[in-house]
Ligand binder design. Structure first.
Ligand code: AMP
Ligand code: MG
Length: 341
């Protein structure tokens, strides 16, 4: 997937149409009128509405078929807006915002009352971040309200990393898709809860926990359990394709193969970290990064799963990547994409 030709195959640019393009005036008008616009971000594409308009936010849940107990992230134009919508208990939150924004870090803080209940699923907290994408930052600078935006995919499915992913699944149901090319991180943001006594990571994502720990100078607790209702992105089965997905580590693919019938083996697709398996046909394998680069692997992960799912794969066998830095977030998504079909 490092070759340019192949990248186009996964995430080609969409031709402009009435409902897809780079028209910021149109996007602003739709959002002001309470409509829905898919926005590009560095993590994944978001499905955005005026965060202060309860009806507009409710329509996000309807379009995604997302349960209303799953709170949304509020996107701000700049870090100085942090205390407009949230209570900021300490300098730490401001320091994190200044250092990591715009970027893939979401901060959970006590909510101010102007954020409607529906955004926060009734919790007394709100999740906020400044996304790092020039077109979306331009959009945010033109409106005087923040944007509530979850990932722009049907609830539970793999997140979209380019406009064609959004168009295929939600194109009929939303007012406009703002074209912004391929998401350069390709994984959702890291969610850091600062609303309690000490910081807690609720979801692994685009900023590795090692970087946060180094910045804060201390170990950060993790609550990554699927039972925590405040972080449904951590549901056991999430980010899942229609086909079945199985993960393995290192040489364990050999044992997997032993358990397959010849016809299952001949129909299986493989997602590999850095090189193909010699014993499997090349065109049944996708390599995430030929240079074993975790950032590149993260960027390609969701597209790879979608590509194979769209091809009608029955089963995908995905190799886990080294469990360090961004690799932990990649492995987290792979594990949650493992459905029990
Ligand atoms: P998505 O935008 O689809 O990636 O989902 C947003 C993620 O942020 C979900 O995992 C939510 O559970 C999490 N989130 C949003 N708001 C809050 C909040 N107030 N407290 C805890 N987690 C939150
Ligand atoms: Mg999501």
């Amino acid at each position: 997937m490092t070759e340019n030709g192949k990248r186009d195959y996964f995430c080609g640019m969409n031709p402009s149409s009435d409902t897809l393009g780079t028209d910021l005036d149109k996007a602003v008008a739709i959002l002001r009128a309470g409509g829905l616009v898919a926005i590009p971000t560095e993590t994944v594409y978001g499905l955005a509405a005026n965060a202060l308009d309860e009806d507009a936010v409710l329509s996000i849940f309807q379009v995604k078929n997302r349960p209303t107990f799953d709170p949304l992230i509020v996107h701000l134009a700049q870090s100085t807006q942090l205390d407009l919508y949230a209570e900021v208990p300490s300098e730490t939150a401001f320091r994190l915002a200044e250092h990591f924004w715009p970027g893939p870090l979401t901060l959970v803080l006590k909510r101010k009352s102007m954020i409607p209940d529906v955004v926060s699923a009734g919790l007394d907290t709100v999740a906020v971040r400044v996304p790092n994408h020039p077109r979306t930052l331009d959009l945010l600078s033109r409106i005087d309200f923040p944007l509530a935006a979850p990932s722009a995919n049907p609830f539970g499915y793999v997140s979209p990393t380019c406009s064609s992913h959004v168009q295929r699944q939600l194109g009929e149901k939303i007012d406009y898709i703002l074209e912004g090319g391929e998401s350069i991180i390709g994984l959702e943001s890291t969610v850091l809860d600062l609303s309690g006594q000490s910081p807690v990571i609720l979801r692994r994502g685009g900023i590795p926990e090692e970087e946060l720990e180094e910045f804060l100078g201390k170990h950060i607790q993790k609550t990554l359990s699927s039972s925590r209702p405040g972080a449904p992105g951590m549901l056991h089965s999430h980010y899942a394709p229609r086909c079945s997905l199985h993960t393995y580590t290192g040489d364990a693919w050999r044992n997997l193969v032993l358990g397959l019938t010849p016809s299952q083996f001949s129909e299986a697709y493989w997602i590999r970290f850095s090189h193909e398996l010699a014993d499997v046909e090349k065109d049944r394998q996708l390599v995430l990064s030929r240079t074993a680069d975790l950032s590149e692997a993260a960027r390609n992960l969701f597209s790879a799963i979608r590509t194979l799912d769209d091809k009608g794969a029955v089963a995908i066998y995905a190799e886990k990547v080294p469990d360090t830095g961004l690799g932990r977030a990649i492995n987290d998504r792979l594990t949650r994409a493992t459905s029990k079909k």
